[in-house]
Design a protein around this ligand. Structure first.
Ligand SMILES: [Zn+2]
Length: 447
């Protein structure tokens, strides 16, 4: 709950509850007490350990890449309504020196346009969700083929090449790994050994039907024969955000200037997380980041969570730690798994270490000035399930990331990072064709 001030929750509302029989429950009493005492809290109930950050002697990173995406589903007016989803993702880069020349409160439109056109790429596709039939086959196969084709079309297949790079661990030049195991989209048997190194497609050893490397991700597990839910569009957006960000990483990794990749900050909107079937590429991402750290070419990556459990929790405690005045050094708190379970989720799930399958970054809170705070994710490379993990030293390149962020803060939105704001501008709905045009598109396709 985000009642950070608590001044509008008077004891009065509690006394109104006093006549209810349920108030005799000690759990309900405790809840009512919580409301009454919320306004008087003078210290952080979570006892978060904050540390002051001193940027002196830490070199900020030179370049910034940011990725963001959006999707929208559109229904036609016919009955039954036909439904499609448009997905758009954008990758944006700028060197900090150039970013510094832009007024972050009132950016000059021409200057902004100049920066954006020369340094942004975007990707877009469309999925049939409901009541759309093509002459080629079922909705199920249409979505599979659209995923397969869409990933290969833009930027001469660079994003698809990144999928292969991650799936086959291509940074390991001597080992020829096969893809992660996945479920056949035709017979639903698991291909235990995945696809062989570098393969784009293969035949299922069980049913002999053709399977694509893109089937490895498992979009088909979210669908049935005739329809697909919105979640296919949101999952595709998330996967493409990852593939675009790692395309930038992959190209810089292979650059002749070996230091370039480590002098760059990569920012993703949202957590560094892939859930359910999509989490099967998480181990490979972690392995790459660990490898890069191990050979002295660390990657500086940060995700930013602008909503959700962590954001709400931080909002409720952000007033307690310094800085209490502008000009004081900023402070951060790295969240251990124990802290996340105890204070953020309040549910000690002992059978399942926090984030073990899904997360390729750990959480931290950052308070930059009295009114600016944010929830960040930073990778550690290998995962460690210990409750006390991670600490400062586990987060890859934390000091350099923290030294870079102050120059990237937006002055337009509270707690926003300017590069994400710009990527968001490219990826957002406002740059889609208008809804009326989309509607016509759906109806034209249908006739
Ligand atoms: Zn099969």
């Amino acid at each position: 709950m985000a009642y950070s001030q608590g001044t509008r929750l008077p004891g009065e509302s509690a006394s109104k509850l006093g006549h209810l029989a349920v108030i005799t429950s000690k759990w309900v009493k405790a809840l009512v007490g919580e409301f009454e005492h919320a306004s008087s809290a003078t210290s952080d109930p979570a006892k978060t350990t904050w540390q002051s950050f001193d940027a002196v002697d830490v070199m900020p990173l030179r370049n910034v890449w940011a990725v963001d995406g959006s999707y929208v589903s559109i229904q036609s007016a016919q009955k039954p309504p036909k439904e499609v989803a448009f997905v758009k993702t954008a990758l944006f880069t700028v060197d900090r020196a150039r970013l510094d020349t832009i007024d972050k409160e009132h950016p000059h439109p021409l200057l902004l346009q100049d920066v954006l056109t020369s340094s942004a790429v975007f990707h877009a596709t469309v999925f049939p969700l409901k009541n759309v039939r093509t002459s080629l086959g079922s909705n199920y196969d249409a979505v599979r083929h659209i995923v397969h084709d869409s990933m290969q079309i833009d930027e001469n297949g660079a994003f698809y090449e990144t999928l292969k790079w991650l799936a086959y661990r291509k940074w390991e030049t001597t080992l020829h790994a096969s893809s992660p195991a996945f479920e056949c989209p035709h017979c639903h048997q698991k291909l235990e050994t995945g696809l062989p190194y570098d393969a784009d497609e293969g035949n299922c050893p069980n049913c002999n039907n053709l399977v694509f490397l893109s089937d490895m991700l498992g979009f088909h597990l979210d669908m049935d024969e005739d329809s697909a839910p919105d979640s296919v569009a949101s999952a595709y957006m998330l996967i493409m955000e990852h593939l675009m960000l790692f395309t930038a990483i992959r190209l810089l990794w292979g650059h002749t200037d070996k230091s370039l990749v480590s002098e760059t900050l990569f920012i993703k909107d949202g957590p560094l997380t892939l859930r359910s079937q999509y989490s099967k590429i998480v181990p490979n991402i972690r392995a790459f980041l660990q490898h890069a750290k191990g050979i002295g070419r660390p990657l500086h990556i940060s995700g930013q969570e602008k909503s959700g459990a962590f954001f709400d929790h931080l909002a409720s405690i952000a007033r307690f730690p310094a800085p209490h005045a502008r000009g004081e050094p900023m402070a951060y708190a790295v969240l251990s798994h124990d802290y996340v379970r105890r204070e953020v989720y309040r549910s000690p799930d002992l059978s399942n270490p926090y984030g073990k399958r899904t997360n390729w970054g750990e959480k931290l809170y950052l308070k930059m000035d009295p009114n600016t705070y944010m929830v960040l994710n930073v990778p550690t490379g290998d995962y460690n399930e210990a409750g006390a993990f991670p600490t400062d030293n586990d987060l890859i390149g934390l000091s350099r990331i923290l030294a870079t962020l102050p120059s990237l803060v937006s002055h337009k939105f509270e707690g926003a990072l300017f590069p994400i704001e710009l990527a968001n501008g490219i990826a957002s709905m406002s740059s889609y064709p208008s809804a009326a045009i989309l509607q016509r598109f759906v109806e034209d396709q249908a006739s």
